[in-house]
Design a protein around this ligand. Structure first.
Ligand code: NAD
Ligand code: UD1
Length: 337
């Protein structure tokens, strides 16, 4: 079985990817410092798959500890790099924390991979790297630009990887630009578990539904969209995880991948009110909302072209918005029980 190292593999997207990596017949090795995840995730992965993955509680920014992982596992075939901080607001207040963690983690992984002759890499990028565009859907070759420190760490990482790949043509890297992952594994055992009051839409809705929060503030209903509320490309996290396996398969199968970039989205945009209405339809009428002011920095519409991922990876998201809303709530209920 080919060994796949997942840096940040205990987190929301990483843990779902570990499951799909196991389902696809690969052997995952998880490296995570648990800065934004809990050790119990390992038990959940074991319950779901029947396999307990090898886990190292290691900070990827600590080169000595990271090297030990490669020393003990000399035959790692592919590295998937999820390890990073991701809260946009926090990145504005503490930019150095973001630049340090999100960039040094990549430098260390590249350095140690070179030393141990591992030359296949998948990077967690984001739709946030696209410059504001009036044209939708966003295609991979559209202009790039970031508007906050978090987004810049993603953009810098992409550029660093591009330069590195040019200088090392035998290095193969796939940049995956995620749109808005929501939902949870159908078991309800793993899902998104943010600290404090959530910033993102679905975790906020889930906490309104359980009564932890009073109501949802819909940030603006005067955008140029079908109902005036913001439109995004929500993708089920299990679909997203399967997208990683497709990228993994390509790296394992093909010799000279070079650098490739793919959007991972559904290609469909839903408004905030679409999400609220669907959530209420599948889970009972649990979410009240009020229209509030626009959130600074938000844009009206953002959704992916999913064509390139389909053509070159054979990836197509299949899960419905109903499944996304149902599984998100199931996880939230279980967590609070
Ligand atoms: P997450 O916070 O749930 O997972 C990240 C994991 O990395 C956590 O388990 C955390 O403990 C770990 N980690 C952080 N820094 C580390 C370090 N230095 N060493 C070891 N482990 C470390 O986040 P997520 O939602 O699963 O996102 C995963 C990746 O995808 C991130 O890079 C994020 O920026 C990117 N991304 C996420 C979204 C999203 O909406 N969730 C969208 C686009 C891109
Ligand atoms: C956020 C991140 C972005 C990241 C993306 C991927 C911010 C500012 N941006 O984008 O960097 O790549 O997630 O997941 O955090 N909304 C409400 N009320 C709420 C919360 C959100 O109305 O309480 C609306 C927003 O205005 C937006 C939509 O819901 O229209 C989605 O918001 P959110 O889940 O925060 O995602 P993005 O803003 O798309």
């Amino acid at each position: 079985m080919k060994k796949i190292l997942l840096a940040g593999g205990m987190g929301y997207i990483g843990s779902h990817t570990v499951i799909e990596v196991i389902n696809a017949g690969y052997e995952p090795i998880i490296v995570d410092n648990l800065s934004n995840s809990k050790i119990e995730v390992l038990d959940s992965i074991e319950k779901i798959t029947g396999t307990r993955p090898l886990f190292y509680e290691v900070d990827v920014c600590n080169m000595k500890d990271l090297e030990k992982v490669f020393e003990e596992n000399r035959d790692i075939e592919v590295v998937i790099h999820f390890a990073g901080f991701k809260a946009v607001g926090e990145s504005v207040l503490e930019p150095l924390k973001y630049y340090e963690n999100n960039l040094i983690s990549t430098f260390n992984l590249l350095e140690v991979m070179q030393k141990y002759h591992c030359n296949k890499f998948i990077f967690s990028s984001s739709a946030t790297v696209y410059a504001v565009s009036k044209v939708m859907p966003l295609c991979e070759n559209f202009p790039l630009g970031a508007s906050n420190p978090y987004g810049r760490t993603k953009l810098f990482n992409e550029q660093i990887l591009e330069d590195y790949q040019k200088a090392n043509p035998s290095f193969n890297v796939i940049l995956l630009r995620y749109f808005n992952p929501i939902g949870a594994h159908e078991s309800g055992l793993i899902g998104e578990d943010p600290n404090g009051i959530p910033n993102n839409l679905m975790p906020y809705i889930c906490q309104v539904a359980t009564g932890k929060l009073d109501h949802l503030n819909v940030f603006g209903n005067d955008y140029d969209t079908k109902d005036g509320t913001g439109v995004r490309d929500y993708i089920h996290v299990v679909d997203l995880a399967i997208g990683h396996v497709k990228a993994l398969d390509k790296l394992v199968r093909e010799e000279n991948v070079g650098l490739k970039v793919y959007n991972l989205g559904t290609g469909t945009g839903y408004s905030v009110l679409d999400i609220v209405n669907t959530f209420n339809k599948v889970n009972g009428n649990l979410v009240n909302y009020q229209i509030a002011k626009r959130r600074p920095g938000d844009i009206a519409t953002c959704y992916a072209s999913s064509q390139k991922a389909y053509d070159e990876l054979g990836f197509k998201a299949t899960k419905t918005l109903e499944e996304m809303c149902k599984s998100s709530y199931e996880f939230q209920k279980r967590k609070e029980a």
